[in-house]
Design a protein around this ligand. Structure first.
Ligand SMILES: *[C@@H]1O[C@H](CO)[C@@H](O)[C@H](O)[C@H]1NC(C)=O
Ligand SMILES: *[C@@H]1O[C@H](CO)[C@@H](O)[C@H](O)[C@H]1NC(C)=O
Ligand SMILES: *[C@@H]1O[C@H](CO)[C@@H](O)[C@H](O)[C@H]1NC(C)=O
Ligand SMILES: *[C@@H]1O[C@H](CO)[C@@H](O)[C@H](O)[C@H]1NC(C)=O
Ligand SMILES: *[C@@H]1O[C@H](CO)[C@@H](O)[C@H](O)[C@H]1NC(C)=O
Length: 591
């Protein structure tokens, strides 16, 4: 789910954790994240900008004033004859530029261009600030004439002379975008963000370009043949308690009664981790027997794998068929309704998902899981009070439900953080710890409690727990990657350890997208943008579903563009990463 939602959850923690820079960083994450839907690129970019701003703050404000006032300096007495001559040429050039400006104002663009050209010719080479301004002005005139190639040419000259010429970089970005040079446009928008912080206008512009680039890239990709990872399938299905498609007595009965049926073969494929074969086997089952006693189970199995494979429209069609069938049992109906809402979240139709959850709660007032699922979504949407009510009701229905307990504590900690009530946060955290002995082998618990500590700036605690969980739940790539993420810092020995952990995690599951993308962020932090991009390319090849593909493709381009922008501005960012950045989704693939 929902990297989209992950952004929401993540940004809430950073925006509520502190005032000052971290707070505005959080806000920027929200904006950029929501608009672009590319949380990790956002984290990287926002972080870099944050650092950049800190460094800039140290420098004098004088440097911000872009141009000296040339007219004033011309009138000064001069010591050397050369300088005197230079100045007089400069004076003439500036007069020509002013003339150009008048023509420009009168919309006489050709005459303006002529004047700027003469200004450029006469302007001394060492007056770089002025020269770049003349080029930029001429570019503006070309832009009015819609000669975008020349706009880019003149802007490039101006930028060469003055690397931080925001107005001009923006102009080139616009022109590049207009003629379809999206990579240059994105590089320029990224540069502007670094120089001038994240203004909404830049973000919107970058978002549009990023979407265009990602779409174009996706058209070049062959249809995915990636197999779903076993880990992913199990974790995802585990989100739905008592999933009827995992009902062992049903599967045993099926294998006994109809061992040669397509449905039995679909379950065979399930056992052998050939997950992508399942939908077509289910289709065979539905087409071969008009009156299969297992029609609804078959539809549910097919719909569930469509959901996991990212074929949301197909999944929804199957779920609707089941829900409209009067024969559907209560258990099948409940599970289908939850998966249907989940599908809506994947499609980013949050309104639709909430509507389905509301319906599900209304139809099954005595079931715990609809409340838990709806509460989780409300937590992610920062609607903490309503989430709280859902968890309380879920626990009233089923007082021992662990998931409801964990989720309530996560939500409690978030309420505490939001209200700046440290006692409430501490209470939630220590209640969480009380489950340790009974839940220490539960990956869901492990990820929930560590994320909760991380959300509340308790990295030391999170690391201590991760060390323990890694011994109790060995060979789990997410735990290793999460630890690596926590270790990232300014300390190079910790970074070496982090890199080792990422590599170990990828040895266990070479095609785990979560780990690949986290490692990519780590590489970004080390200024290794090409390697980061390569990791995103790997992630693209093992992902399914248009939404994620779009997201990774956008990240790939965002990172490459940022890499180029950073090189261009000669920025340097040693390791370290902001709190709450790049945490994996402790909810697994689905809510
Ligand atoms: C250049 O300098 C000379 C004397 O050094 C002065 O007479 C002349 O006016 C100067 N020219 C300009 C344009 O300032
Ligand atoms: C990656 O691994 C973690 C846990 O090991 C799992 O929760 C997650 O779903 C995996 N992701 C994929 C895409 O396989
Ligand atoms: C599991 O399957 C059996 C046999 O089909 C059925 O009687 C039982 O109700 C199912 N249990 C659940 C939880 O769906
Ligand atoms: C919480 O949800 C209610 C309705 O469901 C809505 O009116 C309210 O604005 C939401 N609050 C927040 C903070 O989103
Ligand atoms: C990480 O860095 C801290 C100091 O910043 C150090 O005490 C610790 O030993 C390092 N951990 C590893 C695994 O290198």
């Amino acid at each position: 789910m929902a990297s989209y939602l992950r952004t929401v959850a993540k940004s809430s923690s950073s925006s509520t954790s502190a005032d000052g820079p971290a707070n505005s960083l959080g806000k920027r994450l929200v904006k950029w994240g929501l608009i672009i839907g590319v949380p990790t690129a956002v984290c990287v970019a926002a972080y870099l900008v944050y650092r950049q701003q800190q460094e800039q703050a140290k420098k004098s404000a004088a440097r911000r004033s872009p141009l000296p006032t040339p007219m004033a300096s011309v009138n000064e007495d001069t010591a050397s004859g050369l300088e005197n001559r230079t100045k007089s040429r400069l004076t003439v050039a500036i007069e020509l530029k002013n003339e150009g400006n008048l023509k420009y104002r009168d919309q006489k663009f050709h005459e303006a261009i002529e004047a700027y050209t003469r200004a450029i010719e006469i302007c001394p080479m060492e007056s770089t600030e002025e020269l770049s301004q003349f080029y930029q002005n001429r570019a503006a005139a070309w832009e009015s004439l819609k000669d975008y190639a020349r706009v880019i040419e003149d802007c490039s000259k101006a930028i060469e002379l003055n690397q931080k010429y925001v107005k001009c970089i923006q102009r080139r970005a616009r022109a590049a975008e207009t003629i379809g040079n999206f990579e240059l446009a994105l590089e320029d928008y990224s540069t502007v963000c670094f120089i001038d912080s994240y203004q909404p206008a830049y973000i919107m512009a970058a978002d549009k370009v990023l979407t265009d680039l990602a779409k174009r890239y996706m058209e070049t990709l062959p249809p995915s043949t990636a197999e779903l990872s076993k880990d992913f399938v199990r974790t995802s299905l585990n989100e739905f308690e008592d999933d009827p498609i995992l009902n062992q007595s049903f599967i045993d009965e099926l294998k006994r009664a109809q061992p040669d049926s397509s449905l039995a073969r679909a379950y065979q494929a399930f056992d052998e981790d050939r997950y992508t074969d399942i939908p077509s086997l289910c289709t065979n089952e539905l087409e071969s027997t008009t009156d299969s006693p297992y029609k609804l189970e078959t539809l549910l199995l097919r719909g569930s794998f469509y959901l996991l494979m990212g074929s949301y429209a197909e999944a929804l069609a199957d779920f609707d068929t089941i829900i409209n069938d009067p024969e559907a049992t209560e258990k099948i109906r409940l599970n289908t309704e939850l998966k249907r809402a989940n599908c809506k979240i994947h499609q980013r139709d949050i309104e639709g998902a909430l509507h389905f959850y509301d319906q599900c709660v209304a139809y099954h007032p005595n079931e715990c899981s609809p409340r838990v699922h709806r509460g989780m979504l409300k937590t992610l949407l920062e609607n903490f009070t309503e989430a709280h009510d859902d968890f309380i009701e879920a626990l009233r229905i089923s007082p021992t439900n662990l998931r409801a307990k964990y989720q309530k504590l996560i939500n409690d900690a978030k309420i505490g953080a939001k209200e700046h009530r440290n006692d409430r946060v501490e209470r939630a955290l220590s209640s969480f710890e009380e489950y340790y002995d009974t839940s220490k082998q539960d990956i869901y618990y492990a990820l929930a409690i560590t994320s909760c500590f991380l959300d509340n700036d308790r990295k030391d605690k999170a690391l201590a727990y991760l060390d323990k969980f890694i011994t109790h739940i060995p060979s789990n790539p997410t735990l290793l990657a999460l630890k690596a993420n926590c270790l990232m810092s300014n300390d190079p020995s910790n970074n070496t350890e982090a890199e080792r952990l990422y590599i170990q995690a990828l040895d266990i599951d070479p095609s785990n997208e979560t780990v690949l993308t986290m490692f990519a962020i780590f590489k970004c932090n080390q200024n290794q943008f090409e390697e980061a991009a390569a990791l995103y390319e790997r992630a693209i090849h093992c992902t399914r579903g248009e939404e994620k593909l779009m997201q990774y493709a956008a990240l790939l381009y965002a990172i490459r563009a940022q890499g180029r922008a950073i090189k261009r501005l000669n920025l340097n960012f040693p390791g370290g990463f902001p709190q709450g950045g790049a945490l994996p989704n402790w909810m697994g693939g689905m809510p």
